[in-house]
Design a protein around this ligand. Structure first.
Ligand code: DGY
Length: 327
């Protein structure tokens, strides 16, 4: 029996029961991590399931000397210090593959919302007597540029192409040799920004992609174009985005992710008229969250039982050589 901690949120009853049938389980809220009770629970934990956006850096792992497995209830692992985990031989798992459809669906919703200027329409008051918001775009006759073309990006490409007849182009790090996807055409990076009517972000956050969309990219974009981001806020330089939106150097944005979450109350993105912000709900459907919780539970149980987890970011094979995960 190992000591297992569920931190930052909870899991469905069924998952908690599965864990409890093999191990001692405790739940810890994000705030409780900082309490005396939290410190002692972390001290003895051998397995942790982490929910939400808690930063998991050296400070955190200093408090978990017995940790053997960190099972993320998320696909993204940018908040985890993988070098530190490798150094301490902590296996890290994620929920890759469980939330692609849900995030792709939200992306399409935000692309349509941006193109149809939904934020302005929602702010419109009939009694104002003001002119209605300016006209939107028919997404079926426009070009959407996908910045990144992994599992989620390619599902978005498929949905837009097959469902709306949209012209889809993409740029990904794997380069033009992957050209020939049925649902999109690879283009050079600058071409994507210069020619797309909507640019949608689908790259993970890494040191290479951090702030990789900034003033230069907004200057390349058409003044009629929109930015959509359901990936990670910090891929975009938020100050540059606020400038581009305020000066109307781009037409608008629809964002499910921000550089800092929760955002400060005075973040201009929350009040600019040409921006729609949703509170990081890409995976927030009942089925998807259930699948993520089940995967996180199964991954943790597998590692503690000496079996290989379904989706692993970092394991023994990485400890000796590299700390770079897969996504
Ligand atoms: C993830 O799993 O990384 C998503 O951002 C959560 O919604």
């Amino acid at each position: 029996m190992a000591r297992v901690l569920v931190i930052g949120g909870t899991l469905p009853e069924q998952c908690l029961c599965e864990l409890a049938s093999e191990h001692t389980v405790r739940k810890l809220t994000r705030n409780a991590i900082e309490t005396e009770e939290g410190r002692s629970a972390l001290q003895t934990a051998e397995g942790i399931i982490a929910i939400g956006q808690i930063p998991l850096g050296q400070d955190f792992f200093d408090r978990t000397p017995n940790l053997r497995v960190l099972s993320l209830r998320s696909v993204g692992y940018d908040r985890v210090d993988l070098d530190e985990c490798a150094r301490r031989r902590i296996v890290v798992c994620n929920t890759a593959g469980t939330l692609d459809r849900a995030v792709a669906d939200l992306t399409v919703l935000l692309i349509l919302s941006a193109a149809r200027r939904l934020s302005e329409a929602l702010a419109y008051r009939w009694s104002d007597g003001d002119a209605k918001p300016a006209l939107g775009l028919d997404i079926g006759s426009k070009r959407v540029g996908l910045y990144g073309y992994g599992r989620i990006g390619s599902l978005v490409g498929k949905t837009l192409t097959a469902g709306f007849g949209t012209e889809v182009v993409y740029h990904s790090r794997t380069g033009s040799e992957n050209n020939g996807h049925q649902f999109g055409r690879w283009v050079e990076r600058d071409e994507l920004f210069c020619t797309s009517d909507v640019v949608s972000v689908h790259t993970p956050l890494t040191p290479d992609t951090w702030h990789s969309i900034g003033t230069r990219e907004f200057d390349l974009m058409k003044s009629s174009a929109y930015l959509v981001n359901t990936a990670r806020g910090a891929v975009v330089d938020e100050a540059a985005l606020i400038n581009a939106l305020s000066s109307r150097s781009i037409a608008g944005a629809a964002l499910d992710v921000l550089e800092t979450e929760p955002p400060s109350a005075d973040n201009p993105l929350l009040t600019l008229g040409n921006v729609l912000v949703t509170p990081h709900i890409g995976s927030a459907t009942e089925q998807t969250r259930h699948a993520m919780a089940s995967r996180a539970t199964a991954n943790l149980l597998a590692v503690l039982a000496g079996r290989r987890p379904t989706s692993v970011v970092l394991d023994e094979s990485h400890f000796a050589t590299t700390t770079e995960g897969t996504r």
